[in-house]
Ligand binder design. Structure first.
Ligand SMILES: [Zn+2]
Length: 280
């Protein structure tokens, strides 16, 4: 699933292209993908997008008519600017000049979604989302407040959109590796020094990934191969910091990747689903 860095890089790379000309038409708008009927998606035609932004894992295209097109790619959605309209296209926005914006989704599940929302409906949709980690207001003290308010283990904390916006399982793995913290550690009991380290890892890993991905986002959202992970999806490969083999453990329906030497004092984490089954 695309997370903050891929989406933010897309926004930065495509902002000028997507605001350059008015929308001509929305020739493809799959009924399972477009979740709203009022205002109708066809009403985008004739207006220019005045801003392209992001909140958590949503892309926001604000139209000069006042409504905002919200796109959420979920796990299998992709965004392409230009190129052919394939059979997997779920939403196509055609401009009076310039390349099409195409949202595709592969697989049989229809989870990627688009909404066209009036300003008050948009505000309601975004109201429950927590702080943006690359916003200067997201200070060490702000992180500390979120950690104290939520008793989760760190991997779950980072994925909680009410605690910190835009992070999913891949970047939770990357951030905890950079911070040298265990995915199972409880956030509420971090020391001052550990909180500072976690904050530096959140901003450093996400900010660095955005910078790396902007030049690769010229034709749309980057793919997995572009993301250059240190631990995520690298089972058995050497940790770039210490050379230990990257391990994997299942945790709350998610697969967590980590380095035992850097993150858990050399201990291998037990699969909690499995140990629960064994106890029963
Ligand atoms: Zn390591």
């Amino acid at each position: 699933m695309p997370e903050l860095p891929e989406l933010e890089a897309f926004v930065i790379a495509q902002r000028d292209t997507l605001t350059a000309a008015p929308v001509a038409a929305v020739p493809v708008a799959h009924f399972a993908t477009v979740k709203t009927i009022d205002p109708p998606i066809a009403s985008l035609a004739g207006s220019r997008f005045t801003s392209v932004g992001r909140r958590a894992k949503r892309i926001l295209l604000e139209s000069e008519a006042g409504d905002t097109l919200v796109l959420h790619l979920m796990s299998a959605g992709k965004l392409v600017v230009g190129g052919k309209r394939t059979k997997t296209a779920r939403l196509v926005v055609e401009f009076e000049d310039g390349p099409d914006l195409i949202m595709t989704e592969t697989g049989s599940k229809r989870r990627a979604a688009a909404w066209l929302l009036h300003p008050d409906a948009l505000a309601a949709e975004l109201a429950h989302i927590g702080p943006e980690p690359l916003d200067p207001a997201f200070t060490v003290a702000a992180l500390k407040g979120q950690l104290e308010a939520r008793p989760h283990q760190l991997h779950a904390f980072l994925r909680d959109q009410r605690a910190v916006a835009g992070i999913g399982r891949a970047f939770a793995n990357e951030i905890l590796h950079a911070a040298m913290l265990s995915p199972y550690q409880r956030g509420a009991i971090l020391t001052e020094e550990e909180t500072e380290r976690l904050h530096a890892a959140i901003t450093g890993v996400l900010g660095g990934a955005v910078e790396r991905l902007v030049p690769l986002s010229g034709t749309g959202l980057t793919t997995k191969a572009d993301r250059g992970y240190a631990v995520h999806d690298r089972l058995g490969q050497p940790c770039p910091r210490c050379g230990d083999a990257i391990r994997r453990v299942s945790f709350e329906e998610h697969t967590v990747f980590y380095c035992p030497t850097c993150q858990t004092g050399g201990r291998t984490l037990a699969d909690r689903r499995l140990s629960r089954l064994l106890r029963e």
